[in-house]
Write a protein that binds this ligand. Structure first.
Ligand SMILES: [Zn+2]
Length: 305
């Protein structure tokens, strides 16, 4: 199976396979310069940094468990990086949520015969098309879905994949590795951006705060938390992110109650001082990112108040 996976991916995947990115609005993006960096986390858990969401990996004698797959044009590079860690078959690929920078490689990995696992809502949204994009082909869809949680037992690990409240989307999952003491949090927690609430895909501010609390409750003082984007963090980092999210919720809610329009809230930028608290790695958010964040929170909170 290893040979098949390597050969298919590295030698003979037709270029057409990589067209999946077009449906995700990535057709114009040039991925040729992207390099995949491998970061050890703890025990047999690693993550790959390239472009898009952090790819979690559990390696061992039983095979490779993979979490998220970035963009379609990066599949070969991701596979090459995985092959440097393990020559065992990739057993399963978990999608933390539906977004294209985490699921863009599904079609390529699905064609290699790797079983994709995700929450029920991820499959349903991919099947009908995300954000107006074309429906994903069958081979890119999760073949195993769950409603609440599921457990995997491989490489001596006990892996829990669990549904979180509707936060970033309505299909967010965490992946918890008991022995390595690691959690992959998906995009509910990031060190490179504001909290992201995608209302069009079922995300909510209230659920984001509940989810961050759930992650804090799940983690211990030494737990390593892989964010959807950014660097490995601690329970204290997630707790601080939650505190700042609550503060953003409070301030924006107050302005909504005062009758301000979304344009007025964006112009007022009431969370400017929180930006460097949310974004602790990488460049600070630009005006466009701030506008997107405030607009998303405004619209979500308007329906949540
Ligand atoms: Zn996302």
């Amino acid at each position: 199976m290893l040979q098949t996976q390597s050969k298919l991916a590295l030698c003979s995947l037709p270029a057409a396979l990589f067209a999946a990115g077009a449906a995700l609005g990535q057709a114009q993006q040039d991925f040729s310069a992207v390099q995949i960096k491998t970061h050890p986390v703890a025990g047999n858990v690693y993550y790959l940094e390239g472009q898009g969401g952090n790819v979690g990996l559990l390696v061992g004698d039983d095979g490779v468990l993979m979490i998220d797959d970035q963009f379609a044009p990066l599949s070969e590079k991701l596979l090459a990086a995985i092959r440097k860690l393990s020559d065992k078959p990739i057993r399963m690929l978990i999608n933390t949520h539906v977004h294209g920078d985490h699921t863009g490689g599904n079609e390529n990995f699905g064609k290699l015969g790797i079983d994709i696992v995700a929450h029920d809502n991820v499959r349903a949204r991919l099947a009908r098309g995300v954000n107006g994009a074309a429906p994903s082909p069958a081979v890119a869809l999760p073949v195993v879905t769950f409603g609440d949680r599921m457990m995997l037992h491989l490489n001596g690990e006990t892996v829990t994949i669990g549904k979180l409240p509707p936060a970033h989307t309505d299909g967010d999952s965490f992946i918890h590795f008991a022995k390595a003491d690691v959690i992959h949090a998906g995009d509910v927690f990031r060190t490179t951006g504001y909290p992201g609430v995608d209302g069009a895909n079922g995300g909510t501010v209230k659920g984001t705060i509940e989810t961050l609390q759930a992650l804090v409750d799940m983690a211990g003082p030494n737990t390593k938390i892989i964010p959807g984007h950014g660097v490995v963090s601690t329970r204290a980092d997630v707790a601080a992110f939650r505190t700042n999210t609550i503060e953003a919720q409070r301030r924006i809610s107050e302005l909504i109650k005062q009758g301000m329009t979304v344009e007025q809230v964006v112009a007022a930028n009431p969370t400017a001082d929180l930006a460097p608290k949310f974004v602790t790695t990488g460049p600070q958010p630009d005006a466009m990112a701030t506008q997107r964040f405030l607009t998303a929170f405004y619209n979500a909170l308007k329906s949540e108040l």
